[in-house]
Ligand binder design. Structure first.
Ligand code: GLU
Length: 281
């Protein structure tokens, strides 16, 4: 069987201005698609109406173009897999929630963050998400009683102690143990939106992405996402996770670190020091 033609994506969340770390990851995604003679699309992950702003998506588009990046499909140019704004696809995400519900692998969960903290026996460090304790899973839930998610969170029930492994095209073999490295994770949010894990898998599948390129902070999410692909019987794409850019204190760049926003680096001309993609004038 011939291999599917390479399709990659860049998928920013418009909650602020992009920084050098984003541009570096996106340029790797761009170069990998070009090297494979494939296609790259731009997907606007603007699901959270409280944090995402239209001016930031326009800034993402302008700043990445100023860095010499381009895409074959996207919210600004359309394409065969439109819409490329996640906020316009709630109906589709609901269908995926429905399909997941039919697998019996998700459940409604009314436990608060405080309930989770109280049920935990071991302390967890603040950087990592608390592992959802199994004893808080509900008993005797009839999923047929739910025709819609309603105003409650929904979680994916992870296969306890199973090792989820995959070969990352950059970092090699990765192994995570369900129930130890990560626990039952959010699928649907009580504010009426799909979780990041559901939305990204649904869209990467629907848009026929063959390789997901993103920062290595999402390696653990890949293990979660593999469980969603598996539950839905979908092909799993390849993954390439990138190193993260650190600031002079060794901290990860964050959108709030305005000093290194692409916007500022472009307007000061300093971008050329960091980033070689600016097309010659
Ligand atoms: N939208 C996500 C972010 O900006 C990235 C999602 C992904 O690449 O899977 O962090």
């Amino acid at each position: 069987m011939s291999k599917a033609k390479y399709r990659g994506r860049i998928a920013p969340t418009p909650t602020g201005f992009l920084h050098l770390g984003h541009a570096t990851t996106f340029s790797i995604a761009f170069k990998r698609a070009k090297a494979a003679n494939g296609t790259i699309l731009f997907r606007n992950e603007d699901l959270d109406p409280h944090r995402c702003k239209p001016e930031f998506i326009q800034a993402c588009i302008d700043d990445l173009r100023a860095c010499g990046l381009s895409w074959d499909e996207g919210p600004d140019i359309g394409g065969a897999f439109a819409p490329y704004n996640q906020s316009q696809k709630l109906e589709w995400f609901l269908e995926i929630w429905q399909s997941l519900k039919e697998t019996g692998l998700i459940y409604p969960c009314d436990k608060s963050r405080k309930d989770v903290q109280e049920a935990l026996t071991a302390p967890h460090n603040d950087d990592s998400e608390a592992i959802f304790p199994n004893e808080l899973r509900p008993n005797n839930i009839n999923l047929n009683d739910f025709s819609e998610p309603g105003k409650t969170n929904w979680r994916f029930k992870v296969p306890d102690r199973e090792i989820i492994s995959f070969v990352d095209n950059h970092f090699g073999k990765q192994c995570y143990t369900a129930g130890i490295d990560f626990g039952d994770f959010l699928i649907w949010r009580k504010d009426g939106f799909p979780s990041y894990e559901l939305a990204v898998v649904a869209d990467d599948h629907a848009m026929q992405i063959t390789e997901v390129v993103r920062g290595k902070d999402l390696l653990l999410s890949t293990a979660r996402q593999i469980l969603i692909y598996r539950a839905l019987g979908w092909d799993i794409p390849e993954f390439y996770h990138c190193d993260l850019i650190l600031d002079e204190n060794g901290e990860r760049l964050a959108k709030r670190n305005k000093a290194l926003s692409l916007r500022e680096l472009i307007s000061s001309g300093e971008i050329n020091k960091y980033f070689q993609l600016i097309p010659p004038k």
